[in-house]
Write a protein that binds this ligand. Sequence first.
Ligand code: IMP
Length: 426
Amino acid sequence: MSNTVVVGAQWGDEGKAKITDLLAKNSDLIIRYQGGCNAGHTVVADNKTYKFHLIPSGILYEGKVCFIGAGTVIHPETFEREVNELIEQGIDVKNLKISPLASITMPYHIEVDGYSEDTATKGKIGTTKKGIGPTYTDKAARMGLKIEDLYSPEALSEKLDVILPLKNKTLEKVYGLQPYTKECITALCEKYAQIFKPYVCFDWQELLHSSKKGKNILFEGAQGVMLDVDYGTYPFVTSSNPIGGGACTGSGYGPTMIDEVIGVSKAYVTRVGEGPFVTELKDETGDKIRNIGHEFGTTTGRPRRTGWFDAVIAKYGVLVGGLTSMALTKIDVFDSFDEIKVCVAYKDTRDGKIYNTYPTNVYMHKYLEPVYETHKGWKTDISGIRKYEDLPENCKKYLARLEEIFEIPISIVSVGPDREQTIFKN
Ligand code: IMP
């Protein structure tokens, strides 16, 4: 038995979906533990492309139980759309289950997220505008609605009597938005109850308990370590905990259940939204990486910011993410490059101070410049290679250097989007 967590080791979009898809094959239960429909995961299997936001990609395999945990936030209509799209593509969703403790993204959360982003002159986060931050804010403020509330009219009514007066005051006075009547929210909740009904897992404790016995559990993270609300580039982060530890709080399993944490890193770095990015390339090389790597957001379609591999954040990710091995994706994007750079430290342009560990105060990142080491490219198409030994020498040297920096092994190398385009190293 092996229980494995998959986390993004950078700012999200590292190709986690492909890695979770590969590991899901040998898992019995797959749990998504945080985030919401801000995530966008693409899986290419049997020449078909599947797009996921919330539903674990393990649903593509027959008979796997896919559980959306308590740490997630769910927008009902988006969930419904995603389920319907999968059904239309011939995917069986009967093993899809949702925790009754997951939080609901309400229409006012999306309105507030959009308003905050659209009107921000300073401090814009560049969110996905899916209402993620406001939903988690209400959860922490004990003003949120949980899926289980939808099936208890008494609890819902009592909660709305507490929540709505305050919510409406804030919507009107702070944001200049329209208030909601209790009747309107109650009617919406009746609709949501119908949407979720086939999937709510009221016996989730039995599910988790029975899965403790000799089953393989895969914990699927969304976003990445650098977007973690506690350890990321705060405030330019999402509002949940994508780090390995988030798997426990978001799933209902304790830390003793976890055997392995696999970090997923691209061979370069991308980020969407605002916030510091020391190795960002705003030049032709950055454009080249974006174009070859198809770096445009799955959820928002935004062009992703691109840059060289940043070993400072990688080492930080290994530490706070609790990583035991790394999966390196999109390495084939460098097939035509003469040289590949890796940032091994940051230099403060004000006083020349060198940072080998990640400086967490992001307000000073504008003064930092990357210290690079340069590696020779391999100038070979590696997308058809399936064995580590067959990789070009320069590629193996590059991977060996990264392993030395990470101080954990690279377990998987991905050389293309398809399931088959994968090299299992150890
Ligand atoms: P939010 O999660 O929509 O609140 O956005 C907060 C930050 O996280 C923004 O910079 C988003 O671009 C980023 N973000 C959220 N989800 C993802 C993702 O799945 N991939 C990459 N970035 C994300």
